[in-house]
Design a protein around this ligand. Structure first.
Ligand code: GAL
Length: 970
């Protein structure tokens, strides 16, 4: 793929603002691999050129905060406060206890990098929840130390957690700053009022409750999406504060209304100038417009303007042409904040008779529903893997995705814009109460500029859908959506109650049918003015690579024969949709298998059977079926099963072929077995073929000419392993990943589809982040370096490190030639990461006595419950200047485990005034000089709380006290 660097310029200064890598959308879409697979029968596409592309940065004030998090799996108990004083203090700002406390000892917690899903590393257990894939989830804690430079003071600082599974509480510096009640919404924390700067460090603590459930599928556990530190000027553009969705005018011209929300955390009102520029797909400015606003301190304001593009290239799944709106905030003529939104010009109308009309053309939604997990990594999907999964769908001719049943990661939608998918965005919890409405509003606000989003779904299958209350709830939710987005219709995915006197179909713009395909005609006849789409259909079962159902082994043939009672086979289901122009399209349950919901089975099956592809993205027969249904770009044919059936000689096998061409010719060992002159594109064709080893071939014909073919050859015994990468190179940015296909070949280099060998892997130049083989019944770990092939295939997901050296992966198994893959590195700068900070035990909270004329006894202490006669002070604060005399500063701390075991050093960065330091009643350091200076003391080993008293002399009217930070290093 060709990548070009676009030079985007700061609006009025003409300065280079940033380098924005932009892929011309057409060439990007064109890199998507088509075709049933590689010529030797491996059902995966040939490797794409170069590394995975990376998305352009749309918010330059974000920096990834993903390295060096301390993680603890399980709850951390918090002891009751020891006495009245401790109780009193425990509820004060900044004084969270237990693992949310500043000084909590996390030094023995392992360090992890994000994104992180701790549940996927768990062994499956029969006693854990079936729907969540039998993986224990539980509670987890994350902590991260953060250093903010003095230069950050006065800026607006935020933390963005793009997704936490499932509920979470977040503390900053011991103050509770956020509760998250959604595993799929971003948590945006305003760090500004809590932040500390310079050597005073900040502690972020996150308690994640993954016992909470929001779904009946695998939801993962932990900080599974990106986390960012955001630093903007005091007066800045709000997060998700730009709305710039193009609107087609009645006269056919286009306008891009731009609304920019501003916020000001500064102490003074400020005047902001907004400059909005519209850039064409080549990065050339085609229009510029602006506005201004005054924003008061701690207030918000909005600037509204419009961009006029003139004639545009339209966005569509076949030509996903993107323009860019770049919004600059200027103060005194200087660009201080910038946001970019990629947009597309397209019209979408849901018509009750004609289905969906895209840019004036009836266009069927050839869609799939997807969850967000993948083999090996669970929900912690790197951006490059998210792209690869979408490319697998695109390769099938799929043009639509329902993000079931929750908001996806932002990057997924960015890729959808670029690849050309029509997306149904879906809200998770059906609830118009304020906390939940806020989740819906957040989703719409974040996603309403994406050309890919064409429909908002407020719920999936809710038992209240046929009640008065359900109607009232949907009315409110629809109203909330429409307040933020007047362009896209609202739907709800109903599974029944359509004819109840009160039901939500009456208050949505588009009726969404989950299953109930037999009701399309009846509903349409009753409500000829209501647009209809299938929001979910099919729910057919297939085990990838299996061509016979063996109930005792919980294996289901992938010849499209079995489905849930509420669903239908892939072919029957699409037929119902394809034959009805008034049905806008369909969304197959599901594009990929997912962990959890192993319907129709339960243990030992732990992942689903519904996918068109398996958990690794390996195609099942359904992939060929939908390719025939959906692809019009090029002729194709799919042939199943494979042709390696030792011991089945002379038995009759069922052979299935499906094509988007006119006719099929089936040949065995060169001999024509059967010709189908008028191929059925939806149902395909089954043939009875007596098995003879050799070569079976299906030819697709158009006008009597062979336009595509699919071949399987009988493989011999496996002799060697093989590794096939998804791409020919991996970037050296430390975050590019790719899925490597593992299979074995016979002595003639042919893929062996029946091999189930155990394989072991070793890697240099990167790491293995997950493994899989698509078998719902396989309980081996998806982490580590071992995985067995399943029906001929396994997958290793590798992440390149940030070195320039080649990534090598070797695969070995007993008795076979090992495979070695060496991947070229494509140079690419790593994205900036907030650097981890080495941990030191801070001692921040002190009590300070009144002024004594004489040096007090170091044992002097406030009595329990006296919260008044000794001040509460923090280190770093100078005592007020006053008369001469002595003050005592006291604190108690429990040394971290390592310090308790080995001893450590107590550091006072600065004490002003002559001082004595007493530890547990012993003098450990003295400072005779009155000038400000540092002081250190040795802390001997020993467990339990320590009492520290620092006696400081104030001379005349000079200030005195603990004027710098205090910490213990070990
Ligand atoms: C639907 C539901 C999906 C999934 C599917 C399985 O009813 O919306 O989430 O459970 O059934 O067939």
């Amino acid at each position: 793929m060709k990548r070009r660097e676009l030079l985007l310029r700061g609006a009025s200064t003409g300065a280079v603002a940033t380098l924005l890598p932009a892929f011309a959308p057409s060439s990007f879409a064109a890199e998507t691999p088509f075709g049933p697979g590689m010529p030797d029968g491996l059902p995966m596409p040939a490797p794409l050129a170069g590394p995975s592309p990376r998305l352009p940065e749309t918010d330059p004030s974000r920096t990834l905060l993903e390295r060096g998090w301390r993680f603890h799996e399980g709850e951390v108990s918090v002891p009751e406060p020891a006495d009245h004083n401790a109780t009193y203090l425990s509820v004060k700002a900044g004084n969270a206890r237990g693992s949310a406390a500043l000084a909590f000892d996390d030094s023995d917690w392992p360090t992890v990098d994000l994104p992180h899903d701790w549940a996927i590393a768990q062994d499956v257990s029969e006693t854990a929840n079936v729907s969540q894939g039998y993986r224990p989830r539980g509670i987890g804690w994350y902590r991260r130390l953060l250093r903010l430079d003095e230069s950050q003071k006065g800026r607006r600082l935020e933390l963005h957690f793009d997704g936490i599974a499932t509920h979470a509480t977040i503390w900053i510096n011991g103050s509770e700053v956020a509760h998250s009640w959604s595993g799929y919404s971003s948590v945006i924390v305003d760090l500004t009022p809590f932040a500390r700067f310079g050597d005073e460090l900040n502690w972020i603590a996150v308690r994640v409750d993954a016992q909470a459930r929001e779904g009946w599928w695998y939801e993962g556990a932990g900080l599974y999406r990106h986390v960012w530190l955001v630093s903007r000027p005091a007066l800045s553009i709000e997060t998700d504060g730009v709305h710039c969705d193009p609107v087609r005018q009645p006269d056919g011209t286009w306008q891009v209304p731009v609304e920019v929300r501003l916020t000001n955390v500064g102490e003074e009102a400020g005047q902001a100038e907004i400059s909005a520029r519209l850039l064409d797909p080549e990065g050339r400015e085609i229009h510029r417009s602006g506005g201004a606003a005054t924003v008061g301190p701690l207030e918000q304001a909005q600037v509204t303007t419009a961009l006029i593009p003139g004639p545009v290239k339209l966005w569509s799944p076949d030509a996903p042409v993107l323009y860019c709106v770049e919004v600059d905030l200027l103060r005194e003529g200087k660009v201080v904040d910038t946001r970019r939104q990629f947009i597309g010009f397209r019209t979408v109308v849901f018509d009750p008779a004609r289905g969906m009309i895209l840019n004036g053309v009836e266009t069927k939604l050839k869609g799939v529903c997807i969850h967000q997990d993948h083999s090996g990594v669970g929900t912690a999907i790197p951006d490059a893997l998210a792209l690869w999964r979408l490319q697998r769908l695109k390769a099938m001719g799929c043009n639509a995705i329902r993000m079931s049943h929750n908001a996806p990661a932002k990057e997924v939608l960015d890729w959808c814009d670029r690849l050309g998918f029509l997306v149904m965005g879906e809200n998770r919890l059906f609830n118009p109460a304020p906390d939940y409405l806020a989740q819906l509003e957040w989703m719409v606000r974040r996603d309403r500029n994406h050309p890919s989003i064409v429909l908002w779904s407020v719920f999936n299958e809710e038992p209240m859908q046929g009640t008065h209350a359900g109607v009232e709830m949907v009315r409110r939710m629809r109203k909330a959506v429409r307040a933020l987005d007047t362009q896209r219709p609202v739907t709800a995915a109903m599974n029944g109650s359509f004819y109840n006197p009160e039901n939500v179909s009456t208050v949505v713009d588009v009726m969404g049918f989950n299953y109930y395909q037999g009701d399309y005609d009846k509903f349409h006849a009753l409500h000829p003015d209501k647009p209809i789409t299938s929001s979910e259909d099919t729910s057919a079962y297939e085990t990838r690579g299996a061509f016979e159902s063996i109930q005792a082994q919980q294996v289901i043939t992938s010849l499209d024969k079995e489905s849930a009672s509420w669903g239908a086979t892939h072919r029957d289901s699409w037929k119902m949709i394809a034959e009805r122009p008034f049905v806008a399209g369909g969304f197959v349950w599901t594009g990929f298998d997912y962990h959890g919901e192993p319907t129709p089975y339960a243990w030992p099956s732990t992942s689903s059977f519904f996918g068109i592809m398996d958990l690794c993205g390996f195609p099942k027969t359904a992939f060929g079926i939908h390719s025939a249904h959906w692809r019009d770009d090029a002729p194709m044919i799919w042939l199943a099963p494979h042709w390696t059936w030792p011991g089945r000689e002379c038995q009759t096998l069922e052979v299935f072929a499906i094509t988007n061409a006119e006719a099929i010719e089936l040949r065995l060992n060169g001999e024509v077995i059967e010709r189908v002159p008028a191929a059925d594109r939806i149902m395909g064709h089954s043939f009875k073929v007596p098995y003879r080893p050799g070569r079976i071939e299906a030819l697709a014909l158009r006008g009597g000419k062979v336009v595509a073919s699919a071949v399987h050859e009988t493989a011999g015994a496996p002799v060697a392993l093989r590794l096939t990468p998804a791409r020919q190179a991996i970037a050296s940015d430390g975050e590019d990943v790719q899925a490597i296909t593992v299979d074995c070949v016979d002595s003639r280099g042919r893929h062996v589809p029946t091999a189930n060998l155990p394989v072991e892997f070793a890697i240099t130049g990167g790491r293995i982040i997950g493994l899989g083989n698509g078998n719902p019944n396989d309980h081996d770990s998806e982490k580590g370096n071992k995985r067995a092939l399943f029906n001929g295939l396994a997958q290793v997901i590798v992440e390149g490190d940030d070195s320039g050296s080649r990534l090598t992966l070797t695969a070995t198994t007993g008795g076979l030639r090992p495979a070695r893959l060496s991947l070229a590195r494509a140079p690419r700068e790593p994205r900036a990461q907030v650097p981890p900070v080495p941990a030191e035990m801070p001692i921040t909270d002190w009590r300070r006595s009144a002024l004594f004329a004489q040096q007090p006894d170091p044992a002097l202490a406030p009595v329990d419950g006296d919260n008044n006669s000794w001040d509460f002070v923090r280190s770093g604060v100078a005592a007020a200047a006053g008369n001469s005399g002595w003050r005592s500063y006291r604190t108690r701390f429990t040394p971290w485990k390592k310090i308790a075991a080995q001893g450590g050093t107590l550091h006072f960065a600065q004490i002003t005034g002559a001082a004595e330091v007493w530890l547990d009643g012993k003098l450990v350091a003295r400072k005779a000089d009155t000038a400000a200076a540092s002081l250190t003391a040795t802390i001997p080993p020993g467990t339990g709380p320590r009492t520290l008293a620092v006696l400081i002399e104030a001379k005349d009217s000079a200030p005195s006290g603990i004027t710098g930070r205090v910490y213990v290093s070990g």
